[in-house]
Design a binder for this molecule. Structure first.
Ligand SMILES: Nc1ncnc2c1ncn2[C@@H]1O[C@H](COP(=O)(O)OP(=O)(O)O)[C@@H](O)[C@H]1O
Ligand SMILES: [Mg+2]
Length: 141
C-alpha cells in the first residue's frame, strides 16, 4: 500500500466474534469518523466498509480483529486506516471474490467490491488455511 510520509497513530482495536461486536465496532467508528471531521458521505462510507469487513469476519472466519489508525500525510492530509484481520480459512480465488455479486454465502450487502469502491486505497491479502487481511485508507476531502 502506498504510504509515503505517513504518520500513523494507533487509536482503537475491536475484537469481532459476533454480530453484536460488528454493531459496536460500526457505532464506534461512526463517531470517530464524525469527530475527525469527515463529511456525512465519508462517515457512512467508512462505517459501511467496516460493517462489511466485520460481517465477513463473523460469517467466514468466525473471529478476527479490526484495528483503526488515525493517519496523517505530509502534515496536511488526514485520514483513517482500517485493518481487518483474521486467521480463518482464507480466500481461494481473490479475483473472483472481488467480482461484483460474487458470494459463497448469501448476501445482499455491498461486499468487497463495494468496499473497494468506497475507499481511497484498498488492499487484500489472503492465504488458504492461513487467513485474510483487508486494509483500507480513507482520506478526508
Ligand atoms: N474474511 C474472510 N475469510 C474468508 N473468506 C472471505 C472473507 N471475506 C470474504 N470472503 C469470501 O469472499 C467472498 C466475497 O465476499 P463479499 O464480497 O463480502 O460477499 P459476501 O459476504 O456477500 O459473500 C465471500 O463469499 C467469501 O467466500
Ligand atoms: Mg460480505
Amino acid at each position: 500500500m502506498e504510504s509515503n510520509n505517513v504518520i500513523e497513530e494507533t487509536i482503537e482495536t475491536y475484537r469481532i466474534y459476533s454480530e453484536s461486536d460488528v454493531m459496536s465496532a460500526v457505532i464506534a467508528i461512526f463517531s470517530l469518523a464524525q469527530n475527525k471531521g469527515f463529511s456525512e458521505t465519508e462517515v457512512s462510507e467508512i462505517s459501511t466498509s467496516v460493517s462489511e469487513l466485520a460481517m465477513n469476519i463473523v460469517k467466514y472466519a468466525q473471529e478476527g480483529i479490526i484495528t483503526v489508525w488515525s493517519i496523517e500525510q505530509s502534515e496536511r492530509q488526514q485520514g483513517i486506516k482500517v485493518v481487518a484481520k483474521d486467521v480463518g480459512p482464507g480466500i481461494e480465488d481473490l479475483s473472483t471474490a472481488l467480482e461484483e455479486h460474487f458470494s459463497t454465502g448469501s448476501s445482499l450487502g455491498l461486499g468487497l467490491p463495494g468496499v473497494r469502491r468506497m475507499v481511497d486505497e484498498f488492499d487484500i491479502e489472503s492465504e488458504l488455511g492461513k487467513g485474510t487481511q483487508v486494509t483500507f485508507i480513507k482520506w478526508k476531502t
